[in-house]
Write a protein that binds this ligand. Structure first.
Ligand code: TYM
Length: 330
């Protein structure tokens, strides 16, 4: 039987957080043998927010290095940069004509980002999910491994694909989001009621993948908990501790019950140190490999060039079919 097709991507907007790692990359690397994986650096999406061109150029390469350092294997998975495959922008334009403004207005990420960047609510920010739909649909994707926050965008992708297929006949496979693991929604350490994001104004709220061990330890030690001092999973009443349990569970693969037992009778202080240590141990080899890869620019370049060629072959086939179906002259 043919392997199922996977597509996912991350925006190169600077340092990634532990949320990006546990919600996405950590799951991606486990899928590489069983599935046909496409992992993209979605650089065009990053243009929706004001940025410094030189910084963006660096961030794109840094993210590629991080993908490899975290365990994505270019021999197994196709790794490429979105803007190198022009079909993404071209399909996005066509899909724009099959997406309603009402649908885009309902996207919670658009509402959040508009509130955060009130001085720059550009059209790209608004049509961002349509570009994401194009990313996914070009590859006839079966599964989209993402964190919980991207579920709504994948739902919209399905709606757009179904609408197009209903008008023109079978063109796109209908993808499903694949939300996995104990940490599909890593919450802030200072504000455990909202997702961990580096756009938080409190640096202690998030762990960056390149944070030094002492910084990681200090951030976990300062994390917000409750006064019960019992390590017990209860999102509603103990959001902070439940978040730490999820992080510990995602990394150690221990179940929530096992963790509660392990820390039975022990206080939050001890638990916080254990969580910090497992995160430090997880990130240490990734940080070392990352630094090493950044000195090997030729290797990184060979990966993204090769990746783009492979991606183009699949993407252009879908795009050509779409062009024909909507009545363009080829
Ligand atoms: P982005 O770049 O914001 O985030 C990348 C991935 O990290 C996950 N994530 C989290 N998971 C758990 N807890 C958190 N606190 C957390 N923060 C981020 C996200 O769910 C995501 O999986 N629109 C997408 C990028 C994209 C894409 C695509 C994804 C563009 N085209 C096609 C899949 C398929 C985004 O902005 O992700």
């Amino acid at each position: 039987m043919d392997k199922k097709i996977i597509f996912s991507g991350i925006q190169p907007t600077g340092n990634l957080t532990l949320g990006n790692y546990l919600g996405a990359i950590n799951n991606w690397k486990k899928m590489q043998d069983e599935y046909k994986c496409n992992y993209c650096i979605v650089d065009l999406h990053a243009l929706t927010i004001r940025h410094d061109p030189e910084v963006l150029r660096k961030n794109i390469i840094n993210l590629l290095a991080l993908y490899i350092a975290a365990g994505l294997d270019p021999e197994k998975s196709n790794i490429f940069i979105q803007s190198h495959v022009k079909a993404h922008s071209e399909l996005a334009w066509i899909l724009n004509c099959y997406t309603y403004t009402g649908e885009l207005s309902r996207m919670t990420q658009f509402k959040d980002k508009s509130a955060k960047h009130a001085d720059n609510i550009n059209s790209g920010l608004y049509t961002y999910p349509v570009l994401m739909a194009a990313d996914i649909l070009l590859y006839q994707t079966d599964l989209v491994p993402v964190g919980e926050d991207q579920r709504q965008h994948v739902e919209l992708t399905r709606d757009i694909a179904e609408r197009f297929n209903n008008i023109y006949g079978q063109t796109f496979k209908i993808p499903e989001s694949y939300i996995q693991g104990a940490a599909a929604r890593v919450m802030g350490l200072q504000n455990p009621n909202s997702k961990m994001s580096k756009s938080s104004t409190i640096p202690n709220d998030y762990i960056l993948l390149n944070d030094e061990p002492d910084v990681i330890l200090s951030k976990f030690k300062k994390s917000v908990t409750d006064s019960e001092n019992v390590v017990r999973y209860d999102v509603e009443n103990k959001a902070g501790i439940s978040n730490l349990i999820s992080i510990y569970s995602a990394i150690t693969t221990k179940s929530k019950e096992e963790i509660e037992k392990e820390f039975d009778g022990k206080g939050y202080g001890e638990f916080k140190v254990a969580v910090a240590e497992c995160v430090i141990d997880e990130l240490k080899p990734i940080q070392a490999k990352y630094k090493e890869l950044l000195n090997n620019r030729d290797y990184l370049e060979s990966i993204y060039k090769d990746g783009a060629e492979k991606a183009k072959r699949v993407a252009n086939k879908t795009l050509e079919d779409v062009y024909k179906k909507v009545g363009l002259v080829l």
